[in-house]
Design a binder for this molecule. Sequence first.
Ligand code: MN3
Length: 236
Amino acid sequence: MSTRRSFLASAALGAAAAITSAPSLHAIGFEPVVAGGKHELPALPYAFEALEPHIDAQTMQIHQGKHHLAYVNGLNKAEEELAKARASGDYALIQHWSKQAAFHGGGHWLHSMFWKVMGAPGKEGGGEPTGDLLAAIVDSFGSFEAFKKQFSAAAGAVEGSGWALLHYRKDDQRLLVLQAENQHKLSSWGATPILGIDVWEHAYYLKYQNKRPDYVAAWWNVVNWGAVASNLASLR
Ligand code: MN3
């Protein structure tokens, strides 16, 4: 290898290392993490084992490090291919890659939100919402218990892979419990998710196997209500 080539190779490696070893607060939540025009995997705001015993470390490791990463890579690939297809005017390919971008983009966005709205049980996670968030929940659902029931039922009833999501709709200032199939289907325009639970099997199967309701019941112990409240505040 020539000196110049080995310099370029090590510079490229250095750049890659710098990107992956530089987690920042911008990596979490609604703010997209983009470097050099590419989406990046956000850092988890806690350790893999932080959500134990409700969500096990191995599940978190695979979920964030493999599944979420695949959505990030899939979104980057779809956007690249979409640009090429648009340049060539191939509308069949534009259609194909648009669908891929919606699926992987949905996965990237929802997982970024999902990590942020959880926290260590007994610390950031668990308990009940307070303040403006609690008032909004009571306003829209009657009580916190009634909301929990609706949300758990929505999570249990997702057909196949998907999410239960609490949305805020600014137009009428209401909170809505909605489902998403896969990462993006059943979206409701004008409403933004502020809390969500991933009920794809990869989110719980290692620990809970087929018992999705047990996973949903345990998940309430790791909900970070402070993060949900700040998601709501950012939309008010
Ligand atoms: Mn997932």
